[in-house]
Design a protein around this ligand. Structure first.
Ligand code: XMP
Length: 511
């Protein structure tokens, strides 16, 4: 993103690097995560206004400890070291880092001796979050200690002349009460940041780039109704209007009201060129008799591609394809092999032999930024805050045969589950919530009669990134309403069960 001031976040292997990068952006400064192997020349070439060294799991004394090209500290670019990064600065510039008697993990209190630049808004005796065993015990020449804690003689230090700062605690986590102020002071006073990374400027810059790149060519977008493809489409539409053609494949495996919502939002409100392909029959036929989960997924993926290709052929001369790739996908690509547990079918992940040039307008954005940009572009909350939904849709939530009748049953039940959670105000706490229809039947009694019908399984999880998840504690009264309504209103269901499995060992979806 050459149009913006940028701060580089050097990743020392911490789970915190992404969090730091997000916090910096929340303060309206663009940040990029870069590998710890980056050289001083590479840093200089990227011309950042500041550098933040993240925390990391290792000891600076370990033989294979992560190092930093020491010349990075000579570039004259302001630097903030956090935790391990703080120790790397001390070690590289001639201070001392020692293993202390007591490790310091969790909340602690710091004494701010002389606030200097980055601690200017941190009161003496304030709560911070620490996670370290080694400590800086002697500051390098030119530095002065600015704070201490029970477990860290030098909890913070700075060399205001060289604009190099270090904090042993983690300003990026919420348990450090004035953490945001530390980062803000570093950016505003340490780096003289203007703060040009805002939703509006992100949109303006992308619109300009897309226009320049596309010229008068036609651009295709596979719209799924999910957050990423929706925001990507809205952004590209803002840039090139009717040169964008959105293709929405209705495979008949969508949730209640979804097709209508996509058509209303994109076709009516945004007035986009939207082609909705009703492929329900084709998918139902293709899925006939398929019960094995992987086979289901593969079949759906293949059919989706075929339908998409046919539709693209009708559009004719498209040169570009929009993809909703996000920044975390970019950072993690190549290192993530967890996805092989299930063959994921991404509506945006289309075959290479379509030979389009890709437009990825969200490539630099975190999910929360994508949502903010979507809202700014005028997308409704229902889309901006939509829970993730798998490409193969309800088919992986119907165990066994996928038939029109079973789809109807699940669609009705699923709509009740989600509506009750929405009414209870739980949508934003829950990562994903849905219903699953198994093949088994159980005996019940309703009115005067015996029933022999299917149970419905309710699933709701909380998660940060879907790699791990915890089952969500839905309040009993909400579960009760869900159960009553589903059994009374949905034919063919006589029992409701709640799935209390976390991931691992379970996965979020049932197939
Ligand atoms: P699992 O079931 O593997 O799901 O724990 C993790 C997350 O991925 C979603 N999911 C998919 N998303 N195409 C997608 O775009 C797929 O084929 C697919 N399968 C699972 C799932 O809903 C959860 O959010």
């Amino acid at each position: 993103m050459d149009d913006f001031e940028r701060v580089l976040v050097v990743d020392f292997g911490a789970q915190y690097a992404q969090l730091i990068a997000r916090r910096v952006r929340e303060l309206d400064v663009h940040s990029e995560i870069v590998p710890r192997t980056m050289t001083a020349d590479e840093v200089a070439a990227s011309d950042p206004i500041g550098i933040i060294l993240s925390g990391g799991p290792a000891s600076v004394h370990a033989e294979d400890a992560y190092r930093l090209d020491p010349e990075i500290l000579e570039l004259g670019v302001p630097v903030l070291g956090i935790c391990y990064g703080h120790q790397v600065i001390a070690e590289s510039l001639g201070g001392r880092v020692s293993r202390t008697e007591t490790a310091e993990y969790g909340r602690t209190v710091i004494n701010v001796a002389e606030p200097g630049v980055v601690l200017a808004d941190v009161p003496d005796g304030d709560q911070v979050w620490m996670s370290h065993r080694d400590s800086v015990t002697e500051v390098p020449e030119g530095f002065r200690p600015t704070a201490s804690s029970p477990g860290a003689a030098v909890a913070a230090m700075e060399d205001a002349g060289r604009r190099i700062y270090g904090v042993q605690f983690h300003p990026e986590v919420v348990h450090t009460l004035h953490g945001e102020d530390v980062l803000r002071r570093f950016l505003r006073d340490g780096c003289d940041a203007k703060g040009d990374w805002t939703n509006l400027s992100i949109i303006d810059s992308q619109v300009e780039r897309i226009r320049q790149r596309v010229g008068d060519a036609t651009v295709i977008c596979a719209l799924s109704g999910g957050v990423d493809s929706s925001v990507a489409a809205a952004l590209v539409h803002r840039a090139i209007g009717d040169q964008l053609v959105c293709i929405f494949v209705d495979h008949g495996l969508l949730r209640k009201g979804e097709v209508e919502e996509v058509e209303r939002t994109f076709g009516d409100s945004f007035d986009m060129r939207l082609i909705t392909v009703d492929a329900t029959e084709r998918f139902l036929d293709g899925l006939g008799g398929v019960t094995e989960p992987e086979e289901k997924r593969k079949k759906i993926g293949e059919m989706f591609i075929r339908v998409f290709e046919d539709t693209v052929a009708e559009v004719g001369d498209a040169r570009f394809l929009v993809q909703g790739t996000l920044y975390p996908d970019v950072i993690e690509s190549g290192t993530d092999d967890a996805a092989t547990i299930k063959s994921h079918h991404n509506v945006g992940g289309l075959p290479e032999d379509l030979r389009f040039e890709l437009i990825e307008p969200l490539r630099d954005l975190f999910k929360d930024e994508v949502r903010a940009v979507g809202a700014e572009l005028g997308l409704p909350d229902a889309i901006v805050w939509r829970h993730p939904f798998p490409g193969p849709g309800l088919a992986v939530r119907i165990i066994g045969d996928v038939t029109a009748e079973r789809l109807d049953t699940l669609r009705e039940a699923d709509a009740i589950v989600r509506a009750e959670l929405t009414t209870a105000g739980l949508d934003r706490e829950i990562w994903q919530a849905f219903a699953v229809l198994p093949t088994i039947r159980t005996v019940g009694v309703q009115g005067d009669g015996r029933t022999y019908a299917h149970p419905l399984i309710v699933r709701a999880v909380s998660s940060e990134d879907a790699m791990t998840a915890d089952w969500f504690r839905i309040p009993y009264d909400v579960l009760e309403r869900i159960s009553n309504r589903v059994i009374n209103e949905v034919d063919g269901i006589n029992r409701v069960a709640y799935d209390i499995t976390s991931k691992p060992p379970g996965t979020i979806e049932w197939e």
